[in-house]
Design a protein around this ligand. Sequence first.
Ligand code: NAD
Length: 523
Amino acid sequence: MTSGPMKSATEIGGVSPVDLHELPVVKTTPLADIKGVVERARAAQPAWEALGFEGRAALMKRACRLLLERREQFGALIRDEAGKQPAHAQMHEAIGPLEYVSGWIKVARPHLKPKRLPINPVAMPGKSAHTELIARGVVGIIAPWNYPLGVYFKPSLPALLSGNAVVLKPSEYSPRTGALFAQLLSEVLPRDVVQVAQGGRDVGAELIRAGIDALSFTGSPVGGRAVLKACAEQMIPCSVELGGKDAAIVLADCDFERTVLGVLNWGIHNSGQDCGSIERVYVVEEIADRFVEALGRAAARIKVPSKPGEAEGADIGPLSNPMQLGIVEEHVADALAKGAKVVAGGKKPGIGCWYEATILDRCTHQMRVVNEETFGPVLAVVRVQDVDEAIRLANDSRYGLNASLWTRDLERGEALARRLQAGTVFINNHALTGAMPFAPWTGVKDTGYGVANSEHSLHTFTRPRTIFVDRGHAPDPWWLSADALLGELAERLAKAQLGQLAAALKVPSIMRARKKKLLELVR
Ligand code: NAD
């Protein structure tokens, strides 16, 4: 219970990755109180749902406007807890919620309207039905730390918009951003609709047992497997969005300079702490020397600080916590021991949790930097003979979130994209759909089968409810007695399906006879 940022069972501590100063302590939610937290959310949920879609949408927009207005406060917290450079904290997180919720309103509106079912009025006279997606009730949200605001708003906003109350369990590495997010939403939304449970895994595990109706989990495959089992015990749906080890395939006909910059960007964006970072680069031999040299040259120019005064001018932030820095160092050491060559970076410059933008050449699938999630600013280059080898190796991974192909031949690129095992395949870009409400964000294998964004994610937040109305006065001809008439009716219906239309002609008279016989039972 004292590993990572947890000081004790009752307190979360942690250090800023910028300069390792101690962060203010946050109290955990006592395990015994978590049921009560869920019950408060449950009591508030019906009135929230009863506001209707447009009522909720208007309030959600007001709440997200407030989040946007407080972007500087978020930026400072994100800097403290995750170490992001201020411009990155704004660009990639703090300015996001209002645009995101506005997009989600457009995505959700048509899908949350009741839909009439196509019941055949001739075969089923007097009958009609419609189905609508209704809120599940209280949705638990368990999230990681790599985008302290983004990973909270991405599941919470659509869950709320769909009419649920939410209980957010922020990461123990970024509890303060989670608390501010919930507090500002609560300033606009009805009381108790948004709740927070602070703490580590034990609090997450208790939340699942505390009566929630669905769970959205973002995190590691280890955590994902554990929560899937726990949700199965409770018989509640669980969406898991887990790790990644995205591959980029660089072909000889790529737009060279743009590809070097694009691959480097998506390798070191957020210091590589994106589930959708490029971590593996498969380059065809034909251009490998030139490509690796250019990639190394550009990476070596990415500024990281070597003394405290340089921190603000750095091009990338540090790793978000000492735990993550340790993993990155282990992976690089393992790769070097197994024959990889450092082209750029490869070290921590010595302050906070910074790590240099790193290019490793001549990597193989025996290295951890190629087959495990590194989650750092490290690109492992694997040289390949041709595109077939690249695709085979790209698919040889336990993960499958995104992949990208870098080529000028867009038609060929699309054909190759269909051979890659990933949720999204980009041609000449990477991972930029992560916060697009209309684009499904999902994967295969250990990335988990959860879907974030788009109508496909509504399954986590809603369930279909159908109302079926029968305006008929006569009993249905197939009710009750298993008599010879019913047998004949079944046989004629079967023949009609097989196209023997003469058999169908007698169906109405058999139905009438059956109805008459049924009515005799009550007369
Ligand atoms: P993690 O699995 O250790 O923790 C994630 C959250 O789950 C935390 O809040 C943690 O307290 C909680 N948790 C962990 N185990 C739990 C359990 N058994 N029961 C209940 N709660 C539990 O992951 P992390 O290190 O915080 O996050 C990094 C991971 O998240 C990376 O693998 C990254 O790729 C992934 N990630 C995925 C996406 C995506 O959309 N696919 C987005 C962001 C991050």
